[in-house]
Design a protein around this ligand. Structure first.
Ligand SMILES: [Zn+2]
Length: 382
């Protein structure tokens, strides 16, 4: 199944059309010879899977315009089950899908046209509130199933009486007004390096050859795992902020504005940071749990003295320390930014110097450890 999807997408990209049903059947039979997963299947079953997949794809391509208009991300092909429920004799039944428990982490999703998938549930959700199901087929052949849930209220989190502002940057992923920071996870950097290396080797392979295709899948996998890692990190940080603070402020700025002002090398890093995405995720997490999210005017936040308000003429990105020529205030550049964002949100900014402390993230940068040193009352985020 997985392999069929990969192959078909690959051919679709190459020729501008998918495989024909016959080609797909032949491919399914070839795969059966190569792949253990298919060995035990009867050849007719393999062909039936190929047919089923072909029909679903055909349907998808033909009726695309009938599906709800979605933002088209170029890394995915999607199948949409737009009506999750149907009414039969006054009762609601799942329409074309069924979810069965396997164990706590895994469920079996039966999708009409496509077959059964063992799926891993990343976030718990109320099954009866599912409005739409989207199946995403990634370039590397992975399948993501997204359940769109409507009219669901998340449990509100306890008030903490704390407000915070966050400055995001290129050198550090983020710095908070109360002196915490998160480095750019090394894992993202490493993946970026690997991507560069893989792309170079891809350019040396003959287009359409076996090695080219293998390399292409490798690149897609690395890219996807980088995006997933980033998303996971942002969601976890967002939840951490929602648990630890009542209000969060960030700059209202688009990635593009920042990009156009920075050097080429920095641009690469910035894209890696996925700043805009991070802000949207933080906003979602804060509001979802009943907390406040605010955006403020981004002008001169890193050039303004948080103590006397003096605006420096120039503050190149390489200058990491802010020194106020008027009142002598000295502070870390990003922390100064966070303090200015905090006061622009009209929240009190503490001016006592702080020692910047890394937010306690585990080695993988995902699971946060319990209890950072001075914030007290924070919860672990898993
Ligand atoms: Zn000053």
């Amino acid at each position: 199944m997985k392999l069929l999807i990969t192959a078909s997408i690959f051919f679709y990209e190459r020729d501008g059309k998918g495989l024909s049903q016959t080609e797909l059947r032949q491919l399914a039979l070839d795969l059966r010879k190569q792949d253990e997963e298919y060995q035990h299947l009867h050849s007719q079953v393999v062909q039936a899977i190929a047919d089923r997949y072909y029909n679903a794809l055909e349907e998808f391509l033909n009726k695309q315009s009938r599906f709800p208009k979605e933002k088209r991300e170029d890394n995915y092909n999607s199948l949409v089950y737009p009506q999750a429920w149907m009414k039969k004799r006054g009762k609601l039944y799942p329409n074309g899908w069924k979810l069965t428990d396997k164990n706590k982490k895994f469920k079996i999703l039966h999708l009409s046209h496509l077959g059964d998938f063992k799926i891993r549930i990343h976030r718990q959700f109320p099954v009866d509130k599912v409005k739409q199901i989207i199946v995403k087929l990634t370039k590397s052949g992975k399948v993501f199933v997204i359940f769109i849930v409507e009219n669901y209220e998340f449990p509100k989190l306890k008030k903490t009486g704390k407000k915070v502002a966050i400055d995001v940057g290129i050198y550090r992923l983020l710095t908070t007004s109360d002196g915490y920071y998160v480095e750019n996870p090394r894992r993202l950097e490493k993946k970026l390096e690997r991507l560069k290396w893989l792309s170079q080797s891809l350019s040396r392979k003959e287009k359409g050859s076996n090695n080219f295709e293998k390399m292409r899948v490798k690149i897609a996998k690395t890219y996807e795992s980088r995006v997933n890692f980033r998303h996971d990190l942002y969601y976890k940080l967002g939840k951490f902020f929602a648990e630890s603070y009542d209000s969060l402020a960030m700059e209202d700025i688009k990635v593009k504005q920042l990009v156009s002002r920075s050097a080429r090398v920095l641009r690469l890093h910035l894209h890696d940071v996925g700043f805009y995405e991070m802000r949207e995720i933080f906003k979602w997490q804060m509001e979802k749990y009943g907390k406040e999210f605010k955006v403020v005017n981004p002008a001169y936040t890193s050039r303004t003295c948080p103590k006397c308000g003096f605006v420096k003429e120039n503050m190149p990105l390489s200058e990491r320390v802010f020194v106020c020529p008027k009142c002598g205030y000295v502070g870390d550049r990003d922390h100064v930014g966070a303090l200015n964002i905090l006061s622009r949100a009209e929240w009190d900014a503490p001016l006592a110097p702080v020692e910047l402390t890394p937010l306690p993230l585990s080695r993988q940068g995902l699971a946060m450890k319990q209890e950072p040193h001075s914030l007290g009352g924070m919860h672990s985020v898993v």
